[in-house]
Design a protein around this ligand. Structure first.
Ligand SMILES: Cc1cc2nc3c(=O)[nH]c(=O)nc-3n(C[C@H](O)[C@H](O)[C@H](O)COP(=O)(O)O)c2cc1C
Length: 223
């Protein structure tokens, strides 16, 4: 079982988000999961140029570190996205990665996988960012098992830190259980149906410009 974690803070594993993510993934290897952690601030990632080459060919024209993260994500059964709250949103580092995922979103390439979100925030607003990350995961085709959100100061005080780290461990456990048991989350079904239909209409109406994506949908017997 492979789980990919993508960490979007310039402070890496020692920062608040990295510490919280660490508690999500800590128990997973002992339960048989192979964790692949990508710290995007250490990687060379350029912003999407909006050229649509990926829609046409399945390949991005920018030769940087996006390819290895994408391949790992596509090969995984679980994906965790982690970010600090930067002005009501994810960090620019993580957003740069997410914008490069247009083709996997059009293809619903993570259909049947499971995802979770980890967010830290100086004050309030972390829930909004976690909601966004889970929405992106569902747009990729995942079912989402939830999120853990912490205000930075709460991670620095032993009682609140213990409670948040316990929540983080439970989130990791929920992800693991979902990957094993393949549950459906009824409250996500309608959102997924509407988005899937939207992608189907988009890919079908652009079949001449975007042959790769149309062929992807066809090859999976979805059209
Ligand atoms: C550029 C920047 C923007 C931020 N914007 C917000 C914000 O809008 N709201 C907030 O509560 N905290 C904000 N913060 C604080 C971070 O979300 C918080 O310190 C976070 O825990 C940092 O996580 P890290 O140690 O993993 O980098 C911001 C921090 C930075 C550097």
């Amino acid at each position: 079982m492979k789980i990919v974690a993508i960490l979007g803070t310039p402070h890496g594993s020692r920062g608040a988000t990295g510490q919280l993510l660490g508690k999500v993934i800590e128990p997973l290897p002992a339960a048989g999961a192979q964790i692949e952690l990508f710290e995007v601030h250490k990687m060379h990632l350029e912003p999407c140029r909006g050229c649509s080459a990926c829609h046409k060919t399945g390949h991005c024209i920018i030769h940087d570190d996006f390819g290895p993260i994408r391949e790992a994500m596509l090969a995984a059964q679980g994906v965790i996205l982690a970010s600090p709250n930067y002005i009501f949103n994810v960090s620019a580092q993580l957003k740069t990665f997410l914008d490069r995922c247009s083709c996997p979103i059009h293809c619903q390439a993570l259909e049947g996988r499971y995802g979770a979100a980890v967010v830290t925030s100086g004050g309030t607003g972390g829930e909004e960012v976690a909601h966004y990350l889970n929405r992106v995961l569902r747009a990729l085709g995942c079912w989402t098992v939830g999120s853990v959100v912490a205000e930075t100061w709460m991670l620095q005080q032993p009682p609140s830190a213990a409670s948040l780290f316990a929540q983080a461990g439970q989130l990791g456990q929920r992800l693991l259980t979902a990957i094993r048991n393949h549950p459906v989350f009824p409250e996500q079904t309608e959102e997924r149906r509407v988005f899937y239909q939207r992608m189907q209409t988009l890919v079908t109406s652009c079949r001449d410009e975007w042959p790769y994506e149309y062929a992807y949908w066809q090859s999976r017997g979805r059209l």
